[in-house]
Design a protein around this ligand. Structure first.
Ligand SMILES: NC(=O)c1ccc[n+]([C@@H]2O[C@H](COP(=O)([O-])OP(=O)(O)OC[C@H]3O[C@@H](n4cnc5c(N)ncnc54)[C@H](OP(=O)(O)O)[C@@H]3O)[C@@H](O)[C@H]2O)c1
Length: 251
């Protein structure tokens, strides 16, 4: 078969950038989409990342330009959604467009663009804020992340007969290249995460990306509509017991 071509919406930073590197290291052509295209290193073995400038706040325009890009660079093997609203406008309208409308528009518009011999997989990255409530995130973020999970399950059923798999990755707060310096300087915060997380540390963008790569790849070929939490076991913990541990209150 021709070189696999994966598309990562939100592929220029954070988890998306890590994932682009993982897939390109496997020899894939990766189109990493962001408002600015970013720059990427060269990869040995034929892999390549192309930074693609596009804005999910304008889903129909982005779909049209991605179809042109596919006509030039080949049908899609995997399609991954990592974007969240980073604009300065109204958070509700922006998040619904960026998370919900853009994901729906691109899944429906690109479903016919998957290569017959590719991995035919879609992965939607949500958050533990799809289940729990965090005071530092907006209502729009919470509701969009929760709705994305049901959207993924809906499309897993709808697209299953076409051999397209749709899965979900839900991380907790992780360290990424862009935030590493901040967390390194926050010893108390690191210790708190070590106390409340069964695996006793924070996770990394690389670990989230590796999970997405697994769900996109051939080793998960009979898995669809499933959610994998990448949280070191954090979601297993009883909240008040966790608070007692952090506060050092016995009993
Ligand atoms: N960071 C965490 O600790 C954490 C925790 C739980 C869940 N998550 C979720 O995990 C996912 C990845 O998080 P992250 O922190 O790695 O993301 P990030 O560093 O904020 O990267 C977001 C990506 O989306 C792109 N993007 C943003 N707005 C866009 C737009 N309007 N059009 C096109 N691209 C756009 C960004 O590129 P440009 O800026 O160039 O547009 C970037 O490539 C997100 O869905 C996030 O909600 C993150």
């Amino acid at each position: 078969m021709a070189r696999k071509h994966s598309m990562i919406v939100g592929g220029t930073k954070g988890v998306g950038r890590e994932l682009a590197g993982i897939l390109a290291s496997e020899g894939q052509l990766v189109s990493a989409i962001g408002r600015s295209p970013g720059t990427f290193p060269e990869f040995p073995g034929g892999g390549q990342v192309i930074g693609f400038a596009g804005d999910v706040e304008h889903p129909d325009e982005l779909l049209a330009s991605l179809k042109g890009h596919i006509a030039t660079h080949g049908k899609v093997s995997s399609l991954v959604f990592l974007q969240r609203y980073r604009g300065k406008g109204d958070a509700w309208t922006g998040e619904l467009t960026v998370s919900m409308t853009a994901t729906k528009t691109l899944i429906e518009g690109l479903a016919a663009e998957f290569a017959p011999d590719g991995d035919r997989s879609i992965c939607v990255v949500t958050s533990n804020a799809s289940t729990f409530v965090a005071r530092n995130q907006t209502l729009a973020y919470h509701t969009s992340k929760a709705a994305l999970k049901q959207m993924a399950r809906f499309y897993a059923v709808k697209l299953g007969a076409q051999g397209i798999r749709v899965n979900i990755v839900s991380p907790c707060t992780f360290v990424k290249a862009e935030s590493a310096a901040f967390y390194q300087g926050q010893t108390a915060l690191q210790e708190m995460y070590a106390k409340i997380t069964p695996l006793a540390r924070m996770g990394t963008a690389r670990e989230v990306a590796e999970t997405v790569a697994f769900l996109c790849g051939p080793k998960s070929s009979f898995v669809t509509g499933q959610e994998l939490a990448v949280d070191g076991g954090l979601s297993l913990m009883l909240q008040d017991a966790m608070a007692r541990e952090v506060a050092g209150i016995a009993g």
